[in-house]
Design a protein around this ligand. Structure first.
Ligand SMILES: [Zn+2]
Length: 328
């Protein structure tokens, strides 16, 4: 088994890990040089050198020039444009418009794979997490935003535009009267993210009660018997079920893994699969008799919490070099 380095390039921290198989052999973390592109490249270069030094004692890494070294995968909060090779959609704005992959390969002296953080999350969980062994995996990060990534047979799917899995800015499907489309920061109305993100739940609760609570406070209030908080959670679950049913209808994944702050809402793992059957095509066996109710068929897709939690970013970046290369 070869050594894999994974780097998670965040807005405030750059974290790096060395995986030896599934085992974590070393880990380091440095501050991100904010607003400074050249310093960011240099910091990643130093981090890789330091990580390799840490594991070199185990003599798994040969001296430079004397054979294959650790592979390097990098997770970024954005995507690399397929047409220009430049970073786009990044909230770390000093990366935008830069040829990050080309520049990193120059600094690191080897081919480097880059994917957005949701794809890294999906890779991590598909490689040796909640979805280990599953053929088709959809990874969802629901926190301050909502993102997604797709892994098929152990390979990350980037897509022709580098946006495969980005469902957070699709509209919420099968809307009810309570789902009036609100303006999203992306400029569209009624995006899934405006409902399923943490701020989305807070805003929804405030609309119905006038009270501003964070999601953990809403969960606590519901547990303590607050009926309005319970209704907010039920609306959230129904929306989550419909949003995921639309994914099942297109991708039909074996496993959907949830990560991010909202994945701590443990009741989702029972309530959502109970609700999504109404929207998953052919989840009901149609009877020929008009008065006979349709017979529900249990969808085979499983909804599971992430295993690796906060370490998924770095682990998934390392797994961008699996046994098989990523798909486009
Ligand atoms: Zn949007």
């Amino acid at each position: 088994m070869s050594l894999r380095i994974g780097i998670d390039l965040g807005g405030t921290k750059i974290e790096g890990v060395v995986l030896d198989g599934s085992r974590e052999a070393a880990r380091l973390r440095v501050d991100t040089p904010r607003e400074d592109y050249d310093a960011t490249l240099a910091a990643i270069g130093r981090l890789v050198v330091d990580l390799e030094k840490l594991v070199k004692d185990g003599s798994r890494i040969p001296d430079p020039g004397s054979g294959p070294r650790a592979t390097i995968g990098i997770g970024i909060p954005g995507t690399i444009s397929a047409s220009t090779g430049l970073v786009k959609n990044a909230n770390s704005t000093w990366l935008i418009g830069r040829p990050l992959q080309q520049d990193l390969e120059h600094v690191l002296h080897r081919p480097t794979r880059i994917a957005n953080d949701a794809n890294c999350f999906a890779m991590s969980e598909a490689a040796d997490g909640a979805a280990a062994g599953a053929k088709v995996v959809f990874g969802v990060i629901a926190g301050t935003g909502v993102g997604g990534g797709i892994v098929v047979e152990g390979r990350s799917v980037g897509g022709a535009n580098g946006i495969a899995g980005e469902w957070g800015h699709n509209p919420l499907p099968w809307p009810d009267v309570e789902d009036a489309g609100r303006l999203c920061y992306c400029g569209k109305r009624g995006c899934i993210e405006t409902f399923l993100s943490g701020p989305g739940m807070t805003a929804d609760h405030k609309r119905s009660t006038g009270i501003r609570l964070l999601p953990p406070e809403i969960v606590e209030a519901a547990r303590a018997g607050d009926g309005a908080a319970e209704q907010t959670l039920r609306r959230y679950e129904r929306r989550f079920a419909r949003a995921l049913a639309s994914i099942v209808n297109v991708l039909d994944p074996d496993v959907i893994v949830l990560g991010g702050g909202m994945s701590n809402l443990t009741r989702l793992y029972t309530s959502v699969p109970r609700l999504w059957g109404d929207f998953i095509f052919a989840a009901q066996r149609r009877t020929q008799e008009p008065n006979e109710p349709n017979e529900p068929i249990e969808p085979k897709t499983r909804l599971l919490p992430a295993v690796h939690g906060a370490t998924s970013g770095v682990r998934g970046a390392a797994w961008l070099w699996p046994e098989k290369p990523p798909i486009a």
